[in-house]
Design a protein around this ligand. Structure first.
Ligand SMILES: *Cc1c(COP(=O)(O)O)cnc(C)c1O
Length: 495
């Protein structure tokens, strides 16, 4: 002991302890304030900038260097980030970003992500406040969707994993054997899952990951409004039962990616009950419509699901990433994932006295993404998020009307929610020529920074697609989109 103390008092006898903490906290505080000012300015003026712009070559090559061996002052690092990273965003926080399907973020959520990272809590479990926030957010989402208070859930990194978790519980619960112990090879009758031909591609990845194979997911044809055809579903389930398969799970979609159509969820719930099957709803787009006053009726029946996947980083505009899965039967949910190794045992008191949240999903460590949802919900209230959803749905109607009023624009499907599919279709062009023309219009809209759309195929025909999941979009943004599309179309088509 005397030796140790002697060593401690003689600085020359030991190496100084290294840490990542700054030597000069006041300098870092100053820089942090500058970053905050820049961030506020970035969002405040987002409308004045292009939605997206191509990167000059020197920016691209800036990211090809070797790992840095030696240090660089943080203000210099930040300067590089400002010039190269922050200056070339994907663009989804911009009011005229309508590609694919993503939320527009919100500044409170960004602040929350910073605070969550500063606290640094891990949501694998334990007794601490972040775990309570995480569970409260799951409970709020459950209440917003209308599942009973006994239902369980977990936040994950997005809708794909939320669906995977839900389908894992479905597979295990419907297997009729101890599937975790014995594996899919021990199934007497192969399991079959059913969804419409509009189902999101993540379900294919899910059934493949679950060892069932892509063929175990039967794609059922859709009706004229792109909803699952109930007669065809019934026939497929009965056929499979006859053929020795076990129909296990119906996946309903509340808001398809292509057109935003919503399956008849009540009819699917009835049919699943009749057939003794699991009823999962992919509500990544539409589940949150449940809190939108004017449109909630469209997703009625979702509250009857056995499991629901939803995406707060879409229509709650949480910055990426945060998804959520809810499961009606808490026990089945926990049974699908719980393992308690010796190094993760609970205690009656102390840090390990909280619930082990990793027993409800695939991740062990999990970030504190709940805080950004919690803070934004506290600040604005669920009613406002509902109004923003109604607003986007009304904007999709407005865009559809503009398209109908402006030949040669062609509306490809009546919008159910907030997704509008259309094309610039002058007479006399073949399908292939139309595809080339519309693709060029889409790319020019992106390259000029006017608007970001994506494209898809509806009923065999290529078209442009605007998904208005954006709390910054105004009617004049949609009017500009139509005007610019008409202008580009007429220049490109030479008319
Ligand atoms: C976005 C989406 C998904 C995938 O969610 P991610 O958050 O991107 O992983 C799944 N299903 C539907 C219907 C979606 O719109």
């Amino acid at each position: 002991m005397a030796n140790l103390i002697a060593r401690k008092m003689d600085p020359s006898a030991m190496n100084p302890t290294e840490t990542l903490d700054p030597v000069d906290w006041s300098r870092v505080a100053e820089l942090a304030h500058r970053m905050m000012d820049d961030a506020v300015e970035h969002v405040r003026t987002v409308r004045d900038r292009p939605v997206w712009r191509p990167m000059p070559e020197e920016v691209e090559t800036a990211f090809h260097g070797a790992p840095p061996w030696s240090p660089m002052p943080l203000d210099e690092v930040y300067e590089i980030v400002r010039r190269t990273v922050l200056a070339y965003p994907m663009g989804n926080v911009h009011p005229r970003f309508w590609s694919w399907y993503m939320g527009a973020g919100n500044f409170t959520g960004a602040l929350a992500d910073f605070l969550a990272a500063v606290q640094g809590s891990n949501l694998g479990g334990g007794s601490h406040a972040a775990a309570l926030v995480d569970q409260q957010v799951v409970g709020w989402l459950r209440d917003m969707i209308g599942l009973p208070p006994t239902a369980s859930g977990t936040l994950v990194n997005g809708g794909s994993v939320a669906n995977l978790v839900g389908l894992t519980v479905a597979r295990n619960a419907m297997a009729g054997i101890d599937l975790r112990e014995e594996g899919v090879g021990a199934l007497e009758r192969p399991l079959r899952f059913y969804a419409s031909d509009q189902v999101h591609s993540c379900h294919r990845k899910a059934v493949e990951t679950l060892g069932l194979g892509n063929r175990a997911l039967r794609r059922i044809p859709t009706d004229a409004a792109f909803r699952i055809d109930l007669g065809a579903l019934r026939t497929a389930v009965h056929e499979d039962r006859e053929a020795g398969f076990q129909p296990a799970c119906i996946i309903g979609t509340a808001g398809t990616v292509n057109t935003g159509s919503v399956d008849d969820l009540n009819a699917l719930a009835d049919f699943a009950a009749e057939e003794g099957m699991w009823f999962h709803v992919d509500g990544c787009i539409g589940a949150l419509v449940s809190v939108a006053h004017d449109n909630a009726w469209r997703v009625k029946g979702i509250e009857r699901a056995d499991s629901v996947a939803l995406d707060p980083h879409k229509w709650l505009h949480a910055p990426f990433e945060v998804g959520c899965v809810l499961v009606r039967d808490r026990k089945a949910h926990r049974q699908a994932f719980a393992v308690s190794p010796e190094y993760l045992k609970g205690t009656a008191r102390g840090l390990a006295s909280g619930e082990w949240l990793h027993e409800y999903g695939l991740q062990t460590s999990r970030g504190f993404g709940a805080l950004k949802v919690w803070m934004a919900l506290m600040e604005h209230g669920t009613a406002k998020f509902g109004r923003l959803i109604d607003q986007n749905i009304a904007q999709a109607r407005h865009l559809a009307d503009l398209i109908r009023d402006n030949v040669p624009l062609e509306l490809m499907a009546e919008p159910e929610l907030n997704i509008v599919c259309f094309r610039y279709a002058p007479a006399g062009l073949t399908e292939q020529e139309l595809k080339a023309l519309d693709t060029e219009i889409m790319i020019r809209l992106q390259e000029t920074g006017v608007a970001a759309l994506s494209d898809t195929v509806i009923g065999g025909q290529h078209c442009l697609r605007a998904a208005i999941c954006n709390h910054r979009t105004r009617p004049e943004d949609l009017e500009l989109l139509v005007a610019e599309t008409l202008k580009l179309g007429s220049v490109l088509a030479g008319s």
